[in-house]
Design a binder for this molecule. Structure first.
Ligand code: NAP
Ligand code: MG
Length: 503
């Protein structure tokens, strides 16, 4: 199989797509010669074949990263920063192609794919700019000692990402790892490898030494599992399902106790208080963005909407009206808000949840059906129910499905909002600063958005409470994932310093 193919976007332009595994700055076929199909989820047609790596390819990638580590970890942080800045520039140069690749391969509306690439560029530059701020401390332990700490890299990082933000998560994972002196083997989701492979060639063009950043294509259960049990991998970073998150903790325990960070999704509450009547359109737009942005395939999506009784009817009627007006369809149509779901299994899961919700007794206010017969399109759907035990309220659906219900008091809504094993994000809408602060303090979530939602920002840490995971992406907190602290304690010899004639 040739290691690049020409792919044509629905908009007419073509580009060259690498299809091999990226090791030591070169693309190569899988050692077994195996390939897998990459599907366009909005047409269900095969876009291309890519190499499918197995344990032998994992070993090669890990060995390359391990060899590169010795020099990379000693490279001056300033030089590492320059390479990351150069990579950001190259991604900016090719941003149109990269966004289109993610729309083609993931089904997301092109406008959201462009937002992802914009966030990625900002995030790479923010991380590059942190190179001289990842410091240790000097600790005053009396004049008898000089005591200080320094942050050192861990070694080779094995990173595994899902299919909902293919290129953004690639950047969120590799940048903090390499700026701190680690090397990386990253495995994209099997369904969405194209943007990571395309961008890997920019890694070489930027001038990163061979082996610092490697992109492995292969199945999670096979190549992914082998990688995360590999004795030369010292750190695992994973974003995906709670089920696989648990397995990854076990694989670390059963291998060499790799340091772990995991981001495992959520069931985030989005709360509306009575006092927002004067800006009801703005609030409804935020609720819609909260759940239907990126086809609802967002780990922090505001999928549980709680509205105070005084404004409930008005919010419901506007929300239904605006949801009906969202344009759904071809991701490359510039007016489309909502494209297709990314993968068949997730599409089926979402439709199953919709049927389950109907059977349980939740009332469909809008949506609830598949659209068309080709492509994984689902109507944006809102269920009304006050039964907090229904599966559509309790479980992560990971698609364009929200529930809405009424509440009266702050205590009542806090109890409902926190009654979840997830704790990734939360949102609230109010004009009252006292309510905003009180509720923010009491919500059990890694992020609280007030009068906004899904408002990710590159210098703001993001990650979970409870079973939504641990470790943070972005902000300076992300560097805790990729460094270990060394304490150095130097005993000071008074007598020697005071000996006459010595100095
Ligand atoms: P998943 O199985 O957790 O997949 C995520 C990534 O992990 C993929 O790259 C996958 O590879 C890999 N993987 C799977 N098993 C592995 C293993 N044993 N060892 C190492 N890596 C492994 O997620 P999914 O099945 O695609 O989606 C299922 C559910 O996950 C969704 O319904 C949603 O609830 C949740 N999810 C959460 C997020 C998030 O942002 N937190 C994102 C996506 C999905 P393959 O692609 O080859 O399987
Ligand atoms: Mg899976």
């Amino acid at each position: 199989m040739s290691d690049t193919v020409t792919i044509k976007f629905p908009t007419g332009e073509s580009y060259k797509q690498p299809t091999g595994i990226f090791i030591n700055n070169e693309f190569r076929p899988a050692q077994s010669g195996e390939t897998s199909d990459v599907i366009n989820p909005s047409t269900e047609e095969v876009i291309t074949k890519v190499s499918k790596g197995n344990s032998k390819d994992v070993d090669d990638a890990v060995n390359a990263a391990d060899e590169a580590f010795h020099e990379w970890s000693q490279t001056e942080p300033y030089q590492r920063s320059l390479l990351l800045l150069k990579l950001a520039d190259l991604i900016e140069r090719d941003q149109d192609i990269i966004a289109k690749i993610d729309s083609l391969n993931n089904g997301k509306a092109l406008k959201w794919a462009k937002t992802d690439v914009g966030l990625l560029i900002r995030s790479l530059r923010s991380t590059a700019g942190a190179y001289d701020k990842i410091n240790g401390r000097t600790i005053d332990t009396s004049n008898d000692y000089l005591t200080y700490t320094k942050r050192e890299p861990l070694g080779v990082c094995g990173q595994v990402i899902p299919w909902n933000f293919p290129i953004l998560m690639w950047g969120w994972k590799i940048a903090p790892a390499v700026i701190t002196g680690n090397t990386v083997v990253l495995k994209p989701a099997s369904a969405t490898p194209l943007s990571a492979l395309y961008t890997s060639q920019l890694v070489k063009e930027a001038g990163f030494p061979p082996g610092v950043i490697n992109t492995l294509i292969g199945s999670g259960r096979d190549a992914g599992d082998h990688m995360l049990r590999h004795p030369k991998i010292r750190k695992t970073a994973f974003t995906g399902s709670t089920e696989i998150g648990r397995e990854i903790l076990i694989s670390s325990g059963e291998s060499n106790l790799k340091k772990i960070s995991v981001e495992l999704g959520g069931k985030s509450p989005n709360i509306v208080f009575n006092d927002v009547e004067s800006k009801i359109d703005q609030v409804v737009d935020s609720l819609i963005f909260g759940i239907f942005y990126n086809n609802g395939e967002v780990c922090c999506a505001g999928s549980r909407i709680y509205v105070q009784s005084g404004i409930y009817d008005k919010i419901v009627s506007k929300l239904v009206e605006k949801t009906k007006s969202l344009k759904i369809g071809d991701p490359f149509d510039k007016d489309v808000f909502h494209g297709s779901q990314a993968i068949k299994s997730q599409f089926d899961t979402v439709l199953d949840y919709i049927e389950k919700g109907k059977k349980e007794g939740a009332k469909i206010l809008v949506g609830g059906e598949r659209i068309g017969k080709k492509g994984y399109f689902i109507q944006p759907t809102i269920f009304e129910t006050d039964n907090e035990d229904y599966s559509v309220v309790k479980e992560e659906i990971f698609g364009p499905v929200a529930t809405i219900s009424k509440f009266t008091t702050v205590d009542e809504v806090i109890q409902k909002a926190n009654d979840s094993e997830f704790g990734l994000a939360s949102g609230l809408h109010t004009n009252d600063l006292n309510v905003a602060l009180e509720v923010s303090n009491r919500l059990q979530a890694g992020t609280v958005w007030v009068n906004t939602f899904n408002d990710l920002q590159e210098s703001t840490p993001f990650g979970g409470y409870k079973q939504s995971g641990f470790g943070r992406e972005m902000g300076t907190e992300v560097f805790d994932n990729y460094t270990q602290v060394k304490s150095v304690r130097i005993k000071f010899d008074h007598k020697n310093a005071l000996t006459e004639g010595k100095v």
